[in-house]
Ligand binder design. Structure first.
Ligand SMILES: *Cc1c(COP(=O)(O)O)cnc(C)c1O
Length: 364
């Protein structure tokens, strides 16, 4: 019998063997400000009601394949325009992967383009689908380099352009006019995917503009709104496009527990919206407190996290960690992020614990 190493080397793609897995830090015992989770639970009485609903879920049957009820609820409550449907994903991560699989060409390598730095899964999903990835660096002020974006679109003719709106990990909203210019530049050969994972905190959207553009896809998730654990993303686009991507989707990708929990949560979406309102207020407080600290540069955020630059992000990260606060050190991710940390906005209590630990870290 040949060795397992030989087996791995002969069967697994070399580009997969060459990369590291998606790293998730072990957060037990830490204040967790690294993953843009909503710190608030559903209120206790709602969780009890949810538990009573889950009793009746038919675990022995496959989900109803049309997902009609939950889709209707998403469309009705989350601003999907009349005449447009949604496709559901096991998180928007799955939708990104489906978009890439659906657009990867057979006769030549299709291109995925995105500004960098942005959400890492765009590049990963493109790679796994066998597509080429073109990253166009943001300007130092973290805005889109429009001449470079338009030139790259002209040169590479990308099938997909991903625009995180607001952008992760920078937190800013790109100019809406720039996004429109990109959508128009792609007309005829490419899709613009506006990823609105942080829409509850930005309150800016392209969803209502779907009828204006055949090549616009608007993608969202309930993860950052407070339901990261149930894994539910959705996207809308022209029905003809959705019908094609739906063929790539695994038939029962949303499980019955997620479906029941999501329907229940959407029936009480005002609770989640109130939590988002509280987090927006906390973001303003945290931004002001950070901006008042000497040596700290704070970038404006429309998301539930804040990007800051410190004199030494490795040092600050390590010192925060030793004080049991976990943030994301993005300082090595890209040149424009040198010495930057990304901090998830949390409850006023956790934010002030972070601020105390951070002040002590800067002083020591
Ligand atoms: C968090 C995030 C996602 C992933 O969302 P899931 O629905 O949890 O898979 C997608 N896009 C961006 C920009 C994100 O930051």
């Amino acid at each position: 019998m040949s060795s397992i190493d030989t087996l791995v080397n002969t069967t697994i793609r070399s580009d997969v063997r060459a990369i590291h897995g998606y790293h998730v830090a072990d957060a037990s015992g830490y204040i967790k400000l690294d993953a843009m989770e909503n710190p608030y639970h559903l209120p206790h009485h709602l969780r009890e009601e949810l538990a009573r609903r889950l009793v009746d879920v038919t675990l022995n049957r496959y989900p109803v394949a049309s997902y009609a009820t939950i889709k209707q609820s998403v469309c009705a409550r989350l601003g999907v325009p009349a005449g447009y449907d949604v496709m559901l994903g096991n998180g928007s991560d799955e939708l990104i992967s489906i978009l890439c699989m659906g657009c990867a060409l057979q006769d030549r390598r299709a291109v995925v383009l995105a500004p960098t730095p942005s959400f890492v899964m765009y590049q990963r999903s493109a790679q796994f689908a066998g597509m080429d990835y073109v990253g166009v660096p943001l300007k130092a002020d973290l805005t889109l380099d429009m001449p470079a974006m338009l030139a790259a679109i002209k040169q590479h003719k990308p099938s997909l352009v991903f625009l995180s709106y607001p952008n992760n990990p920078t937190g800013n909203l790109f100019a809406a006019d720039d996004i429109v210019a990109i959508i128009k530049a792609l007309d005829g050969f490419g899709l613009a995917v506006v990823d609105e994972a942080y829409e509850p905190f930005a309150q800016q959207t392209f969803m209502h503009r779907l009828p204006e553009f055949n090549n616009l896809v608007v993608m969202r998730t309930v993860s950052k709104l407070g339901l990261a654990g149930i894994r539910l993303g959705y996207m809308s686009a022209a029905p003809q496009l959705l019908a094609e991507f739906d063929k790539v989707r695994p038939p029962y990708n949303i499980n019955v527990l997620t479906q029941a929990a999501a329907e229940f949560a959407l029936d009480h979406v005002e609770v989640l919206n109130q939590q988002a309102t509280a987090l927006r207020a906390a973001r303003a407080d945290l931004t002001a407190a950070l901006a008042a600290m000497p040596g700290v540069e704070v970038f404006p955020s429309a998301a539930n996290f804040i990007l800051i630059r410190v004199p030494n992000s490795d040092d600050a990260y390590a010192k925060l960690l030793s004080r049991k606060v976990l943030v994301k050190n993005v300082g090595k991710m890209h040149d424009v992020l040198a010495n930057c940390l990304r901090i998830t906005v949390s409850t006023p209590e956790e934010n002030s614990t972070f601020l105390d630990a951070f002040a002590a870290s800067l002083a020591s």
